[in-house]
Ligand binder design. Sequence first.
Ligand SMILES: [Ca+2]
Ligand SMILES: [Ca+2]
Length: 213
Amino acid sequence: MKKAYRIMSGAIFITLIISGMAGAFEISAGNVSGKPGEPLLVPVNISNVGTGLNLDAFSFMMQFNSGILSFDETTGIDKTGTLTENFTLVKGKVIENGKLKINGALFGTPLLAGNGLLLKIKFSATSKGTSELKLSGFIDDVKASATKDATITVVEIGDIDHSGKIDLKDAVLTLKVLAQIGLGGQVVYKDADVNGDGKIGLEEAVYILQHIY
Ligand SMILES: [Ca+2]
Ligand SMILES: [Ca+2]
């Protein structure tokens, strides 16, 4: 194993050369849903690492919909309780609109990582909508990884059928849930919960009726 450090324009690039390493592991982001104005914590997981993965430098890109999500470079990466908790630095930087570059470096003995949570990426939801999260550009220790993309859904509270707006249909559906009347196959989404109890009930009915009248 050989390490080479290069310093270029104030940034540190670390290249770790591991001979004969076959990369069949996978990096994937988790699906998340939330509400406008709320922070959304996206888990990035590493799996299928077999006997373990030597980790002390990695980088990858994540594309997101900047129309509904924003990323804060100072608070946007959360490594607490993750595989990169003891890394010297893990940073996320918006390199162009809707494109984030995530770097991690451990100045010390490489970590032998098993399957688990690599890090968490915190977005803020600015408005309702859907964002694909596309992972790409894996280099250094995560170079040979396969990926699985994810979706973030930001819903408006009270929009219990996810139609994109709050209207009479949401009121009728909520009243049917309350009266325990069959919904005729219509799906009701609990993430449109208004008061945080995880259920669709009277609070949602009141909120929706106030909203539409
Ligand atoms: Ca609706
Ligand atoms: Ca509720």
